[in-house]
Design a protein around this ligand. Structure first.
Ligand code: DX5
Ligand code: ZN
Length: 217
């Protein structure tokens, strides 16, 4: 089966110490870092952008940065993110008129391409694009904030993708914790984003290992 990868979301970390929070997660065994970029337009919140990535990159040269781009238009920040050192650009299906064009621009910029859908979007809309992207990210909360309640009714979307695309990297994002990881694993997710559950834990290494083991069992 696909390997389980754990990507802490640092949205609810102590942003005044972002570099050390990222390093703490990497030292605790994170496979990648999930950075939530919000523009106050696509979602009702505002976070950070490529200048932050530019400053983080030299401090952690080997870290894998997945940028979760809750921005519209989805294409707007591709070149800036690539130039700043981002590795993966995960955009929203709902934020572009041209999914193939967006994916092409991301890859031409040298990044991996992920596509994400909000809870209200049917998973079947992704069918024509699965072969173009590196990963699909299924939101299990309405995007915009960390610490929200996991939406278990999103699991059929993951089951659908795993059934039709057996070797696709499928991510899950929102309210994922030790209490909800089993559902995600059973549905077939293998890329696990977790924010609050890791940030508030006094043993993030143990939590990440449990998340990974649950996915890989
Ligand atoms: C929400 C973000 C998620 C969120 C995850 O819009 O995309 O990555 O920060 O945090 P938790 O795990 O606390 O829901
Ligand atoms: Zn996210």
């Amino acid at each position: 089966s696909l390997s389980g990868k754990i990507g802490p979301s640092i949205l609810n970390s102590d942003l005044s110490n972002l570099a050390s929070e990222c390093q703490r997660m990497l030292d605790s065994g994170a496979d990648y870092l999930h950075l939530d970029v919000m523009d106050g337009h696509f979602v009702p919140n505002l976070t950070f952008g490529h200048p932050i990535v530019k400053c983080l990159r030299p401090k952690m040269p080997n870290a894998m940065f997945e940028m979760h781009m809750m921005v519209e238009p989805a294409e707007r920040w591709i070149e800036d993110m690539a130039a700043s050192g981002a590795n993966m650009y995960t955009f929203h299906y709902e934020a572009t008129q041209d999914v193939p064009g967006c994916v092409r621009k991301i890859k031409e910029a040298g990044m991996k391409a992920g596509i994400s859908i909000k809870p209200g979007t049917k998973v079947e809309v992704l069918d024509p694009f699965i072969d173009l992207v590196d990963t699909v990210l299924i939101m299990t909360v309405e995007p915009g904030f960390g610490g929200q309640k996991f939406m278990a009714d999103m699991m059929p979307k993951i089951e659908y993708l795993r059934e039709h695309f057996s070797d696709l990297d499928i991510g899950v994002d929102g309210g994922v914790s030790l209490d909800t990881i089993q559902m995600c694993a059973n549905a077939g997710a293998n890329m696990i984003v977790s924010g609050s559950a890791l940030m508030k834990s006094d043993n993030p290494r143990e939590v990440m290992q449990t998340l990974r083991n649950t996915v890989e069992d």
